[in-house]
Structures are given as structure tokens and as C-alpha cells.
Design a protein around this ligand. Sequence first.
Ligand SMILES: Cc1cc2nc3c(=O)[nH]c(=O)nc-3n(C[C@H](O)[C@H](O)[C@H](O)COP(=O)(O)O)c2cc1C
Length: 193
Amino acid sequence: MQPALPDAIQQRYACRKFVADQPVSLGELALLLEAGRLAPSAFGLEPWRFITVTDGARAAIVHACHDQPAAATAAAFIVIVALVAALDPDSVYVRKQFKAEARDGDPAPIHDAYRAFHRADSITEWAKGQCNFAAAHMLLQATHLELGSCPIGGFDAAALSAALRLPAGESPALVIALGRCAHAAPQRLRKPD
Ligand SMILES: Cc1cc2nc3c(=O)[nH]c(=O)nc-3n(C[C@H](O)[C@H](O)[C@H](O)COP(=O)(O)O)c2cc1C
């Protein structure tokens, strides 16, 4: 039986080796993307883009992840990309998001608050932090689907950007390796509180 949310929280673990020749289905990938899409974000800016990779750029992504075992054996990847340039307070993207966020109201107050908040020198890291909310949703959804997953932050950002042909102004935030896990959950290591 598929684990419900409290069980998924208990049962998720970082899988370091996936079973060969066990693909992640298009239906499963769609559910994972939907879990990410519904994640919360500050100011409602959703500063992310999700790239699914099952073939094509696969080898280059594995290499960009320093050939880590989780990457080398994964059946699929979802790469979460931070939309950095789009976060300029005067961008079309920001205007569009705030128009939606204000619903039928005036977007000016939230836009003014964001303009006061925005710092060009730290916005990249801020955007990547937002992406981690989408990642957490996807990791728990993967467990619910009885899929193994491993968040991978240990990558060469330039190599990954090249593999994915990311435009300037987008920056890779996290790679999620996916598949059927080839090993059981290791003993969980956590601080007591
Ligand atoms: C942002 C982030 C980056 C991570 N990067 C890697 C990584 O590059 N390689 C890897 O094997 N595990 C990576 N992990 C997995 C962690 O090592 C793992 O979550 C942690 O040791 C706790 O184990 P658990 O997830 O099995 O509970 C990453 C986790 C997070 C949240």
C-alpha cells in the first residue's frame, strides 16, 4: 500500500543506488512535477523551472554530478532550476506573478514590498532556497509513489548548465535522482531535537 503523508515523512531516505532497467513512468513524473508546482514560495513568485531528463542529456548530467552513484544509476532526473533574472523587480515575469497574486486587487503593495526586499547580490541564493520547497514536495511525493529519490546538490553548476543549455539568468538549484531503490533504508541519523 502506498505510504500516506506521515508514513512518507518517516520512510523517505536518500537512495544512493537505483535498480537498473526500472524506468520511472511518465505518469509518475507528471505527479512529481505537480507536487513541485504546488509548493509554496515567498511573494508567490514560484522562481523555478523543472527539467525532466530520462535520456538525451543524461550522461552529461551524471558527469556534472561528479559521477556520484545515485546519479550514475538513476532512471530519471528532475533538475530544479532557479529563475534568477526573472526576479528583477521590473521584469515581465514579476509583474505577471504579482498581478495573479493580487487576484482582483491592486498588485502595487506587494510589488513595492518586493522592490524594497530585492537585492541583486543575494537573489540567486534566495531563489535557490525557494526551489528547495518544490524539492521537498517532490521527495515526499516520490516516497508516496514508492519511488526512491536522492537530492543532489553536489554538482558542477557550469557543467550542469551547459548540459541543460540553460539561458543566462537561470541557475541550477538541485538535481533529484529517481528510480526504484536498490537498497533498504539505512538507519536514520538525526539529532534528538
Ligand atoms: C540540498 C541537499 C543536497 C544534497 N546533496 C547530496 C549529494 O550531492 N549527494 C548525495 O549522495 N546526497 C545528497 N543529499 C542527501 C543527504 O546527504 C541526505 O538527505 C542526508 O544525509 C540525510 O539522509 P536521509 O535523506 O537518508 O534521511 C543532499 C540533500 C540535500 C537536502
